[in-house]
Write a protein that binds this ligand. Structure first.
Ligand code: NAD
Length: 316
């Protein structure tokens, strides 16, 4: 019997991807979850037994799923985030976890900058209004000279900081590790979190969830923001407290919340997405030709490196 690999990222189940053939050529049988949807617990429990490898997306994975995955040797993510995985359960079973760090950084960074411009120039509202037969002309603001807090300066945040800096914005960077971003000059400086949030005209999130799962932007943090602030979230929805966000949007303290991420995807509760001062995209940050290609290639490299001896043993 051929060793099996499960593929679940929506970018790979929505249509055939040439990179997947590398797994077949290496002797593996490939199984995929329901196209274009995040698989739930029941589907994962039915698909994983017999699979030695799993090319996983951002679907929430429970310890129960890992218990059912009796043959699994490696989970290879096609991205950086592993907050969807039960790491203790994986560690206890000795199942390796690999990530494709930085592979989709350019795609996500470009979306974050696109969302900033969309918010500054009210592009979605202008488009929607014209399509309704109106001619909306809302005064915009320019990016040049504005203070942008970049929260988390790893692969994606670093790209965002460099792009914004090149576009003439003042970058206030916060990251506990302060990695070298190759940025100098008077349009870049490191700040601590309260100062970065308090000074910023625009805040863009590029960090994982905090260890305790608590939001960085709760009611108290939102109360200390500059009135009219724009918040961009291409990282994780739980970084921002929903109730406090809605209150901030209603009071006008937050002019716009532009988000690529939702607590549940697609969101069943549309309160945030439908708010007139919210710009919503459907977790498309890393969903570009180039980022999907790079992230898939790296994720498959990790699977093959870990499993190729298994394929040969099964074949023999
Ligand atoms: N929208 C999308 O399609 C998409 C795609 C890929 C990644 N992401 C998300 O983007 C985020 C960043 O990804 P990355 O590839 O740049 O990760 P990364 O690991 O390269 O960088 C994360 C950085 O955040 C810093 N950090 C950790 N905790 C922090 C905190 N509390 N405050 C500020 N900084 C903190 C780390 O020191 C690190 O430098 C992650 O949340 C990831 O899940 C979204």
């Amino acid at each position: 019997m051929q060793a099996r690999i499960l593929i679940t990222p929506r970018s790979l189940t929505s249509g055939p991807h040439p990179q997947i053939d590398r797994l077949r050529q290496a002797g593996f049988e490939v199984v995929t979850s329901t196209p274009n949807a995040l698989p739930g617990e029941a589907e994962l429990i039915s698909l994983l037994p017999g699979c030695v490898g799993w090319l996983a997306g951002i679907e929430p994975v429970s310890a129960k799923v890992i218990a059912a995955a009796r043959d699994l040797k490696i989970v290879s993510r096609n991205g950086t985030g592993i907050d969807n995985l039960p790491l203790d359960a994986l560690r206890q079973r000795g199942i390796a976890v690999a990530t494709a760090g930085g592979a989709n950084a350019a795609g996500v960074a470009e979306l974050a900058v696109a969302l900033i411009f969309s918010a500054l120039r009210h592009i979605p509202a202008a488009d929607a209004g014209i399509k309704q037969g109106e001619w909306p002309r809302r005064l915009g603001r320019e990016l040049r000279g504005r203070k942008v807090a970049v929260i988390g300066c790893g692969a994606i945040g670093g790209e965002v900081a460099r792009m914004l800096n090149a576009l003439g914005a003042q970058v206030l960077a916060y990251d506990p590790l302060r990695p070298d971003l190759r940025l100098t000059g008077d349009r870049f400086r490191w700040a601590d979190l309260p100062a970065a949030l308090a000074e910023a005209d625009i805040i863009s999130f590029h960090c994982p969830l905090q260890k305790d799962g608590k939001p960085i932007l709760d009611a108290a943090a939102i109360a200390a923001l500059r009135p009219g602030v724009i918040i961009v979230n291409t990282a994780r929805s739980a970084l921002v407290d929903e109730a406090a966000l809605l209150a901030g949007l209603e009071s006008g303290r937050i002019e716009c919340y532009a988000t690529d991420v939702f607590e549940q995807e697609p969101p069943r509760d549309l309160t945030i997405a439908r708010h007139p001062n919210v710009i919503a995209t459907s977790h498309i940050g890393g969903f570009t030709d180039e980022s999907v290609e790079r992230a898939t290639s790296v994720a498959i490299d990790h699977l093959l490196a870990a499993l190729q001896p298994a394929a040969k043993a099964h074949a023999g």
